[in-house]
Design a protein around this ligand. Structure first.
Ligand SMILES: [Zn+2]
Length: 436
């Protein structure tokens, strides 16, 4: 199937599009059946029997359609490091991976720490079926000292603040940022890390760091900050979101906080669910990220917490780095891996086969992330805006980074055999439906 919607640089307009033969799944509407969808000027008409006049017919037999997927944690490198990723290339990676929405972290250069820079990023990507959201810096220059002008930034459409890449190390600043964000209906996303404990570590502190002679980051460097966030959330009544959880101890504290009905949410990334520290044994920097790959007991704890909802969100921490940067020595190379173009295939191959229902997966990647940012959830109902992810569940392939739309190739999942991939996305009146 070659079609006029398969362009990445300028996706087709969903003016009059008839999608036929797909299994349509919208858990919140109680829909799970083969249905035809007609999309006119971006809006949905569900369950149409006859092909509307002049419509472009897309035969999607054997495909699934779900509400559009959302990645709550991505790093697009614009401004500052456009060789690794731009907002446009990041959107292309998102489309290729089946995501219709992303939340961009503010650790660009300069950082997104005022309303003007946030508005500029929000205004990019308008020609793509990917909504760009921004998580603005919590402190000026991400220096951890002085709060940004939160109310102006919230007015620009932001619902979350973070110094991601770094924690907010000063507890008084963290407290005030949480209180102030809370007053404005926003929340802090904490990159949970004690920088003194993490020091100059490059991987998890454990058996493998000792064997390899690489400086380690102990698991408590993360969990101590998780406890600090939970304590401040309880003390202030404010909400807090814990980024990229990687340790058993963090999971246990978050579970405890949720039992106490504190306003704590958390996210987990595919690499922490599928890999352990042993992967670093050949000093391949595509396994170097922060927080680092941990031990099997941590991986297992994260998986159990992801299944039971203690970890609310599945996100990628998509962190593109150029080949030049990533081919430096292990202890010098920057932290981070790309994720947008493998997350869906990994979920279909490894999560659905290990006891996670599709409904739960959609909760973690469609609904929970949007709820945390107070965004409306997409609905597959007549009259609503079409915001859809189209999936080819039977597609079998080997991950080939050279096929990525991201400018960067730093994936830890190269050559993994996956089943299930994104066929396309439709959102904001645009459609990208890949040809065969
Ligand atoms: Zn982070």
């Amino acid at each position: 199937m070659i079609n006029k919607y398969s362009r990445f640089d300028l996706p087709g307009q969903a003016e009059n599009l008839f999608l036929t033969g797909a299994r349509v799944i919208d858990p919140r509407q109680g829909i799970d059946q083969t249905l035809n969808l007609h999309i006119q000027n971006g809006n949905l008409n569900v369950g149409v029997d006859n092909v509307p006049e002049g419509a472009d017919i897309i035969d999607l037999k054997g495909h699934w359609i779900t509400p559009g997927w959302f990645d709550l944690h991505v790093h697009f490198r614009e401004p500052g490091k456009e060789v690794a990723e731009t907002i446009a290339s990041g959107c292309q990676a998102a489309m290729n991976g089946g995501f219709t929405g992303v939340a961009c972290m503010p650790n660009t250069n300069p950082p997104l720490d005022d309303a003007a820079s946030v508005k500029w990023v929000l205004s990019q990507g308008k020609k793509f079926p990917v909504e760009i959201n921004v998580i603005a810096a919590a402190t000026k220059g991400r220096k951890g000292q002085e709060l940004v002008e939160m109310s102006e930034i919230v007015e620009a459409g932001v619902r979350a603040f973070s110094d991601d890449g770094s924690p907010i190390h000063n507890s008084a600043v963290l407290r005030h940022s949480m209180e102030y964000a809370n007053m404005l209906g926003a929340r802090i996303f904490e990159h949970a890390e004690d920088p003194d404990l993490a020091a100059d570590g490059s991987m998890n502190e454990g058996e493998w760091s000792t064997r390899l002679g690489v400086a380690g980051i102990p698991s408590i460097a993360e969990s101590i900050d998780v406890i600090r966030c939970i304590e401040i959330a309880e003390f202030t009544g404010a909400a807090v979101h814990i980024c990229h959880v990687s340790t058993r101890e963090s999971v246990e504290w978050i579970r405890w906080a949720k039992q106490r009905k504190l306003r704590v949410t958390a996210e987990v990334c595919p690499h922490h669910l599928l890999l352990t520290e042993e992967a670093c044994k050949d000093f391949d920097t595509n396994f170097k990220m922060n927080p680092p790959l941990r031990m099997e007991e941590d991986r297992k704890a994260c998986w159990d917490a992801f299944l039971d909802g203690t970890l609310d969100v599945y996100c990628t921490d998509h962190a593109p780095h150029s080949w030049e940067d990533k081919t430096q020595e292990f202890d010098v190379a920057p932290f981070g891996v790309v994720g947008l173009e493998t997350a869906l295939g990994l979920a279909f191959t490894h999560f659905l086969s290990q006891g996670m229902s599709l409904e739960k997966l959609l909760d973690r990647v469609v609904y929970a992330p949007r709820e945390i940012l107070s965004l409306p959830a997409p609905e597959i109902t007549t009259g609503s805006l079409a915001n859809l992810t189209i999936i080819e569940p039977e597609a079998r392939y080997k991950v080939n980074p050279d096929e990525f739309r991201s400018y960067s190739r730093n994936t830890p999942f190269k050559n993994w055999e996956l089943q299930g991939r994104a066929k396309g996305v439709i959102n904001r009146g645009f459609a990208l439906i890949k040809g065969n």
